[in-house]
Structure formats: C-alpha cells, structure tokens
Ligand binder design. Structure first.
Ligand code: HEM
Length: 430
C-alpha cells in the first residue's frame, strides 16, 4: 500500500469507494480515501454488490472505541472482512474471536508466556536468524520482502516447536489465507485458495497437537497443551484454532512491518542517516515503522445492541470495521501524520490494536524488529532500489510482496555478514 502523502482527498467520491477491494491496497491509494472519510464521513456505510454491508470507522478515537468496548462490539462473529456475512466457526474457541470473560481466561496465561521477560532467552536465536536473513545482501541485490517472509516463520516456528522442514510451506499457507486474491499466492480461484489454505493449516495443526499432547515439550505448543483456562485444559479444537491464530498473527504482519520500515527509510534518506548517527533511536524508529506501515490494516466487530458511534446510529448485529492504518494517520493525535520521523514521541499508534485484544505477540514482534533494525544499522550504510516495489493485494494485510534492494555495506561489514549462512528460501513466490 502506498504510504505517502494523500493526493487529493476532496476529489474522492465517498459513495463509490470500495474499501473491501484488494486492488485498492495493491495499486490504489487508501490513505487519500481514509483522509476524506475522517474529514467527511467518519462513520461510513458501504454495501457490497451482493448486498452485504459494513460500517467503517476511520478516526483514532472511533477505532479505539470499537476495539476497546467488547460490551458494544463483539469479536465472536469473526474479526476479518473476509468472513463478513458468515458465522465464524472459531467464534468463542479462538482467543482472537472471543469476548471477555472467555477471552480473558485464554489470554492471561498465554500473555505471561509471551511477555518480554519470558522471551528474553530467545534474543540470541532471533539475532542469529536476523543475520542469516541479511547475509545475502553481501552478495548483491536481495528481494527484502520475499526474504522477510521467512523471518517470523523462523522465530515463531522455533518458539512453537514446529519442524524447520515445514516452515516454507506454512509461510506460504498463512499468506494465502490473508491474501487469497493476490495472483502470486493463488492456488485455484480466490475462494478456493482461502479454503485450501485453511484446510491444510487446520489439518497440520490437528496432527501437530496430537503429537505434542502425547509428550508436551518446553515450547509454546506444549505450553498451550498444558495450560488451564478457567481451571480446565483446552479442547482439541481450541488448541488447533489458537495455534493457527498465533502463527497467522506472526507471519502475516511482521514481514510487512520490516519491509514497510525499510521502504520508508529508503524514501526518507535523511531519517536513515539520523538513525546511523544516533542508533539509540532504534526503539522509536521501530514504533514509527509500525505506525507508518500498520501491517494489520483492519479488524472487524459486530454490534451487540443498537448503538451510537460519533453521532451515527448503528443497529444491533451490524458489522463495523476499524481501519487501523487510517487511525495511525489521524492528525488530531499525530502531528504532521504523513511525515516519517524516527524520533516521533509520543507515538501512541494502534498498529497492535487497542483494548482486550491488544496484540499478544507485540513483545515478540518488538524484540524481533528491534534486533533487525539494530543489525541493519550496524551493517548497512545505505539501501538503494534494485527493481519495482509490489504491494500485496489484500484488504487485511497492508503488505509489500516485492522490495528488491541493493545494500551499500558499512566498512568491514561484507565479510562479517557473508559469514552467516542464509535462511531457507521461503516458498512464497513458488
Ligand atoms: C508487527 C507485527 C504484528 C502486528 C502489527 C500485529 C497486530 C495485531 C493486532 C492489531 C491485533 C488486535 C486484533 C483485534 O483487535 O481483533 C493482534 C492480535 C493478535 N496477535 Fe498480533 N500483530 C503482530 C505480531 C504478532 C505476533 C509475532 C504474534 C504471535 C507470535 C501475534 C499474535 C496475535 C494474536 C494471537 C492476537 C489475538 C490476541 C487476542 O485476541 O487477545 N501477533 N495483532
């Protein structure tokens, strides 16, 4: 998705806008559309050609309200536009598709196992993966988006105890599940792609959970098997849905935060030079990269009762989409919101959501992205474009599917980088 300054919001005809269309995010300009919506229709209703409809909220305040208030906006009927109009079979079983108190019972133990403190022991392993991902830059141009696709799979795969031989296929399947319309990931038509990705992922995790249940290890899957929610162990279907959700949550977002941040640094070389001069800004650059790229583009809720949002009445049972990418450009919260600034403070972005479902993987993502940016700054003096950038065709993931770059390495860093073996090539553009 283009992330620069909006073109001409006044020229946008809001009654013709299609926010569900993956093409808007692959080749269009959603930031101009959202800008117009925040100004002229902050609570906006769209009806699809097949009669299904949904409301959109685009301001920071409305997005926070919708994500926070589960007493008015439920997650149990699904959280992605792709499930609009059909009951979500994971409702009430998967943490992401549950409301408190059932959600809290699942979330509390898991979030302890995934806290920054609990994950500290993984830092050396993540640094090794980062260096292996960057190693090919020593030899010439690299498609950073393609390489980044294997990154979360590697650390989440290791964390969940998934065999390395499965990582490439799992990385592809999770992208098929969120971008079934993107030609690079289609296996059959869009709907078939989505169904077959879900089918294969659920079958995979059912098998995995059976194996782990027989001998739960020290990894996250073993933790889920041993875990108690409200005093009882999770059932097989709950285990499968939550393994799926953890992997999907990590795989479909983290690579795009990384690619989006590098692209922003290339487009704003003064900001990269600042980072080279002041590497202590890496943590705030990670947050700005998250705000800027907002890889999770939207989340869906349904109204539990008739409600009012920003002065607009929304009937009970209607679908409401909170557009995170839009909230993260709201000028009432982010001064000069279309400027990428590695030292932006405060930066209360909603890239990880808000309220009870705030991303449980945020500590892990922050550790991984922080180490990645530290190593980039340590090795790379400058990134140069080595081909056209391609954006992902998905209304859910604001992603980059191709980002060819050449790195000008810092003095003495070529041999240091080349010494690390590369990560297994992901099965992303097979
Ligand atoms: C840059 C990386 C990431 C971004 C931008 C991101 C974004 C988000 C957002 C916005 C939500 C809120 C969903 C909602 O309100 O319905 C969420 C929830 C979630 N994320 Fe992430 N995520 C990232 C990384 C990860 C990682 C690394 C994992 C797992 C290892 C993960 C697993 C999850 C899970 C399981 C939930 C559901 C939490 C709940 O329902 O309480 N995410 N994520």
């Amino acid at each position: 998705m283009r992330t620069g300054h909006p073109a001409d919001p006044a020229a946008i005809a809001l009654d013709t806008v299609d926010l569900a269309d993956p093409e808007l995010y692959a080749s269009g300009d959603p930031h101009t559309v959202w800008h117009a919506m925040r100004e002229r229709a902050p609570v906006h209703r769209q009806t699809l050609p097949d009669g299904r409809s949904f409301w959109s909220v685009t301001t920071y305040r409305d997005v926070n309200d919708v994500l926070r208030d589960h007493t008015r906006y439920t997650s149990e009927r699904g959280t992605l536009l792709s499930v609009l109009g059909s009951a979500d079979p994971a409702g009430g079983l998967m943490m992401a598709a549950s409301d408190p108190p059932a959600h809290t019972a699942l979330r509390e133990p898991l979030s302890k196992a995934m806290s920054a403190r609990a994950l500290a022991r993984w830092r050396p392993r993540i640094r090794d993966l980062v260096l292996r991902l960057l190693a090919p830059l020593a030899d010439g141009p690299l498609d950073l988006a393609e390489a980044a696709a294997s990154f979360p799979m590697a650390f989440t795969g290791a964390l969940m105890g998934l065999p390395e031989a499965d990582w490439a296929r799992l990385a592809r399947l999770t992208t098929m599940a969120v971008a079934p319309q993107d030609p690079a990931f289609q296996e059959g038509g869009g709907h078939t792609t989505l169904l077959s990705a879900h089918h294969e992922l659920f079958r995979y995790f059912a098998q995995r959970v059976r194996e782990v249940s027989a001998d739960p290890g020290d990894d996250l899957t073993g933790f889920l098997v041993r875990m108690r929610a409200n005093g009882r162990p999770l059932r097989q279907d709950e285990l499968v849905y939550n393994c799926y959700s953890l992997l999907l949550g990590a795989n479909v977002t983290t690579p795009h935060a990384l690619a989006g941040t590098v692209l922003a640094l290339m487009e704003n070389p003064d900001q990269y030079r600042r980072l080279l001069a002041e590497p202590q800004l890496v943590p705030s650059a990670v947050e700005e990269g998250l705000r800027w790229s907002s890889p999770a583009n939207h989340f869906l809720r349904h109204t539990v009762r008739d409600t009012e949002q920003h002065g607009v009445r929304i009937p009970r049972g209607d679908a409401v989409v909170a557009w995170l990418g839009s909230a993260n450009r709201d000028a009432s919260v982010f001064p000069d919101p279309y400027r990428f600034a590695v030292d932006r403070t405060p930066n209360r972005h909603v890239a990880f959501g808000f309220g009870p479902h705030y991303c449980v993987g945020a500590p892990l993502a922050r550790i991984a992205l922080g180490i990645m940016l530290e190593e980039i700054v340590r090795h790379v003096a400058e990134f140069r474009p080595a081909g056209p950038v391609r954006h992902l065709g998905s209304n859910f993931v604001a992603g980059i599917s191709s980002l060819p770059v050449t790195a000008v390495l810092r003095d003495g860093m070529r041999d240091a980088l080349a010494a690390h073996g590369p990560l297994p090539r992901p099965e992303v553009l097979a």
